[in-house]
Ligand binder design. Structure first.
Ligand code: ZN
Length: 324
């Protein structure tokens, strides 16, 4: 077969070559500009990394806010994102167990690898936001042997409205370590973010005063940091244990317990079964507060600040109170 190089195909080839050269030069320029490519596992961390990184980082998220973090399935897009990343920001304490260890393995990024012994992240790009956290519900033995979903203690600290500063400080520390040239920028952005968030937290502390000492149950055992902030005493869960669905026997015992202790508040994390919560409310006369366990769990609550505020309002509304 003979190829004919017509004037038209030559023009097209020239155009393609020009476009390729433009693309190469744009890529080179973007790399020279040094935008750090960061993957954040949950929307809360996407939000805060954007605040701390400003224009110096490009952040990609993995899990969606309305998902159950324990059930997130690794998607092909996760691999593409992690493979090219300079850093991965994660909550840690094994809460991303459903997708992160496998992803670190498959993405084959030398900056962030799975530690075969701990399944944790090792490498220069790992940013663990749980560093320095005072972990609640720490078990005596660290094991997932019996299907324990929270083997390193309760990992749902991002639901604690007062935990934002810890997340932000750990992200600023991690970005400064990976990109020391811009450490002063990250420090300034952290200061600005905290200047906005800390007065909010102080205000929220006033809001939650009427909740102090109230007894409640939640669906999953993920509210201890929220309980510590609000003063709500979370005495039991609808789940038999973390990750084990409610059984009829357990629910009957829960009805008795709630009646005996006059428990009038059920907290349902939005990803869990509304029907069983409604049944429990009907049996006990308790009110239901629906909360999100990650930013973006609801439309319009895409930031850590917004989801925290929305959750507190939901708790107050369920017991007939308003933010003061
Ligand atoms: Zn959990």
């Amino acid at each position: 077969m003979k190829f004919m190089l017509t004037e038209k195909t030559m023009k097209n080839e020239l155009l393609a070559l020009t476009l390729l050269l433009v693309a190469v030069s744009l890529t080179a320029r973007a790399q020279a500009a040094g935008a750090l490519r960061v993957v954040a596992t949950v929307p809360d961390l996407v939000d805060i990394t954007n605040r701390i990184g400003g224009g110096l980082v490009k952040v990609d998220g993995l899990a969606k806010g309305a998902e159950d973090i324990h059930q997130v399935v690794m998607r092909p897009s996760f691999v593409t994102k992690l493979n090219k990343a300079d850093a991965v920001v994660f909550l840690g304490l094994s809460v991303e167990h459903a997708f992160l260890p496998g992803l670190l393995d498959v993405a084959a990024n030398p900056k962030m690898r799975q530690d075969p012994a701990t399944q944790g992240c090792v490498g220069t790009g790992c940013i663990d936001t749980s560093e320095g956290l005072s972990v609640l519900e720490k078990p005596d033995t660290l094991s997932r042997a019996q299907g324990e979903l929270h083997p390193q203690g309760n990992p749902h600290y991002n639901i604690g409205p007062d935990q934002g500063p810890l997340l932000a400080r750990n992200i600023a520390k991690g970005l400064s370590r990976i990109d020391p040239v811009h450490a002063a920028d990250y420090k300034r952005n952290l200061k600005e973010y905290l200047a906005e968030l800390e007065p909010k937290i102080a205000l929220w502390r006033k809001w939650v005063a009427p909740l102090k000492g109230l007894k409640a149950v939640s669906f999953h055992k993920d509210v201890c940091y929220l309980g510590r902030f609000t003063g709500i005493d979370f005495v039991d869960t609808l789940e038999l244990k973390p990750g084990v669905a409610p059984t009829p026997t357990h629910l009957e015992a829960l009805v008795r317990e709630m009646k005996e202790q006059d428990i009038k508040l059920i907290v349902r994390e939005q990803q869990y079964d509304p029907k069983v919560c409604q049944w429990l409310a009907d049996q006990t006369g308790a009110k239901i507060a629906v909360i999100g366990t990650m930013a973006n769990a609801f439309p319009g609550a895409e930031t850590f600040e917004k989801i925290s505020e929305r959750n507190l309002k939901a708790l107050l509304a369920a017991v007939g109170k308003e933010p003061s």
